[in-house]
Design a binder for this molecule. Sequence first.
Ligand SMILES: *Cc1c(COP(=O)(O)O)cnc(C)c1O
Length: 387
Amino acid sequence: MREKFLPFSIPTIGEEEINEVVDSLKSGWITTGPKVKRFEEAFKAYVGAPYAVPLASATAGLHLAILALSLKPGDEVITTPMTFAATVSMIVQGGGTPILADIEPGTLNVDVKAMRAKITPRTRALIPVHFAGQPCDMDEIFALAREFNLTVIEDAAHAVGTEYKGARIGSLDSISIFSFHPIKNITTGEGGMVVTRDERLAEEISLMKFHGMNREAWKRYEASGTPNYDIMMPGFKYNMMDLQAALGLHQLEKLDRFIEMRTIIANLYNEAFAEVPEIVTPKEVPYEHRHAWHLYTPLVKIEDLTIDRDAFMAQLKGENIGTGLHFKAIHHHPYYRDLLKIQPGELPNADYASERILSLPLFPLMTLEDAKDVVAAVKTVIARNRR
Ligand SMILES: *Cc1c(COP(=O)(O)O)cnc(C)c1O
């Protein structure tokens, strides 16, 4: 057994990030300011989009993007049950009714045919989630959106650096929302970014993100600024700080290298688990793409074992291997079980995955030896509990 506990994820913070944060602390400017502006510009350039709004989190971005839809009571937004609660909770907070469409069994991305089957006259928007960093079939989703005149909001929390048919996620004709939470592919501590090609939408979200002030507040305190301001709407406090952007500026420069390192580990897992019948490895999407490998999420065939998934994770912890759970399906949470009243058998692929999925350690600082320890521990737990 491994001597030292291997966590499921650790952020990769280098001297560059540390020095940049110290520079901000010494500069007298720690909240939204020039570094946020620089990070916004660098992020736009990286994904290839004309407008970006840096925010306190991806949840804030989802909230504002959904509020911009101006939903009326009863309006429906279709998304996947295989996501973090924020995706669905922000539909509720935005005044909409969340509708869950089942996932594809292999990639665990939302099934576009299932989305189509859920469309009604009340449907206003589609929110695909690029699960684990693999792109959804955006051509199909855009075709569906055109046919029924729907807005597409991409939950791109897993997809910083993901590419779909040669295009970066963020560059497509939609609204994309990225997360920089510490377990995501790059981090600003907490943080998020909304990216769009729609100038009017970017302005609306910018206004909502900071009290509804009619211009970038930080400029008020510059030599050229004036202290007066106008409130144009009752806004939120969702701005990103320079302290956060200080991290993001250097993380973004390292992103492609991070993805290469994640890919090496994921490939090692895929090869090692190909010969373990109790482990179902994640399937690749059938079109050209770059997987950002935010997560490595195999399914454990609990029907072949005497223990359930939670006990499987507990036993891996006993072997000094940390795991994550991404995700228990949305409709298995008490609030959404009561709200959505999903019938048994309505989302069979999500139910199946929800009870078997776990996230194995995957982060750039991991060594190949660490990954081999994970494989060995998984095999040990399987051998101990085989039916
Ligand atoms: C992490 C995550 C979010 C929320 O991101 P935050 O930046 O923590 O608000 C939203 N959707 C998905 C799919 C996520 O994994």
